[in-house]
Write a protein that binds this ligand. Structure first.
Ligand SMILES: *Cc1c(COP(=O)(O)O)cnc(C)c1O
Length: 376
């Protein structure tokens, strides 16, 4: 292969960036991204233009890709989300936001006159998705823990009961990792005799591990969801942002369009699709298995419980939702937020105990927090 040598200054810039990425990855507690992966066996694939364009389940004329692995990844999650055996479909997306866009798109095609309901704790990308799709929406209040206020939801739907309901449920909100109860939402719809409804579950972070919890949160197809989106680079971990969306195949069939140029079906949002990210997810699922994923969830929950304890014993009123790996506490000094890359909203910050976070790292965080308070 032809080599393109870099000028010395450019090579140095690249090295400098690598060093910066390495340090910044080390002190990183504020965003839900796993950093403990090792995909070096996949390095040879970086030499090839993998592209899964079109529908993963329909072969394309462009044959350099990872469709078989993508199909495995989708089937793995369809299974985990208890999708109806003969009525599921999905693909590997560029992230949770695209999966949410896709779920809402299917819902709109099903119910063009539908009204979208979502809580005020919903991820910022959803409003943009609704704008792109030109769908009307109503924001519902949240309870103090970040979960949707079911009473407000019921009253608001009642006032609009002539319209089909499109519900965007949060399976782990961005700030407090609160889960909206899909079963409870379903029963509200039943109460109000709403027959035309669609529930999309945004499981970007918690959707990947909720199935391993006991009691199992109500979030999947059996509980009433019609589609579920997760992010791949969050709980599982990937060097490239990615995600998975699983939907009912019958709903996907309504929008499918055969395209001669690619020899496949145009059922996804983008044309060209990343062929490397399905490989990362496939590799993680195959090497970890259900047991490995379960163990990651258990570890994260244990570290989160430990973090709450440590913060509280130092006088900081920290809390977390049941079975959440996100620990919420009042904003610490700016120096701490900068060092540990902590997001902040309405006076609250959080750390997210991803599978790579250890108790030792929590201790280190506590030490820097204590000394910052002493200096303040
Ligand atoms: C991260 C997140 C998203 C967006 O997912 P991306 O993978 O970043 O596109 C959507 N919803 C929630 C609740 C999230 O936490």
């Amino acid at each position: 292969m032809k080599k393109y040598p870099l000028a010395a200054a450019d090579a140095a810039a690249l090295n400098e960036l690598l060093a910066q990425v390495q340090t910044r990855t080390k002190d990183f507690l504020g965003y839900p991204v796993s950093k403990d992966f090792d995909y070096t066996p996949l390095l040879p694939f970086l030499q090839y233009p993998l592209n899964n364009l079109g529908d993963p389940f329909v072969p394309a004329t462009y044959a350099v890709g990872s469709r078989e692995m993508e199909k495995y990844v989708v089937s793995f999650f369809a299974n985990l989300f208890r999708a109806p055996e003969d009525d599921w479909w999905g693909y590997v997306t560029n992230g949770g936001s695209e999966g949410n866009l896709y779920g809402l798109y299917l819902a709109r095609e099903l119910y063009p006159k539908g009204m979208v309901y979502y809580s005020e704790a919903t991820h910022y990308s959803v409003q943009k998705n609704l704008h792109l799709l030109n769908m009307p929406g109503i924001i519902i209040r949240t309870l103090p823990n970040g979960e949707i206020d079911y009473e407000d939801l019921e009253n608001t739907i009642r006032m609009n009961r002539h319209l089909p309901v499109i519900m965007l449920a949060n399976i782990g909100t961005t700030m407090t990792e609160a889960r909206d109860d899909v079963k409870r939402i379903k029963s509200i719809l039943k109460n109000l005799a709403i027959h035309h409804h669609y529930i999309h579950a945004d499981g970007a972070l918690s959707g990947s591990y909720s199935a391993f919890l006991d009691p199992r949160p109500a979030f999947d197809f059996v509980d009433g969801a019609d589609s579920i989106a997760i992010s791949g680079h969050k709980f599982i971990g990937s060097p490239i942002p990615c995600g998975v969306v699983v939907a009912r195949k019958s709903n996907r069939d309504r929008i499918a369009r055969s395209v001669a140029y690619i020899g496949s079906m145009d059922t996804t949002i983008t044309g060209s699709r990343n062929g490397h990210s399905p490989l990362f997810l496939w590799y993680a699922l195959k090497s970890l298995g259900i047991d490995g994923l379960q163990e990651r969830a258990r570890h994260s929950l244990e570290v989160a419980a430990y973090a709450v304890e440590r913060l509280k014993e130092n006088g900081i009123p920290a809390w977390r939702n049941p079975d959440a790996i996100t620990v919420v506490f009042p904003d610490p000094p700016v120096s701490i937020r900068r060092k540990w890359q902590l997001a902040s909203e309405n006076g609250w910050s959080h750390i997210i105990c991803m599978p790579n976070v250890s108790k030792a790292q929590i201790d280190e965080f506590m030490e820097s927090l204590i000394s910052a308070f002493e200096m303040a």
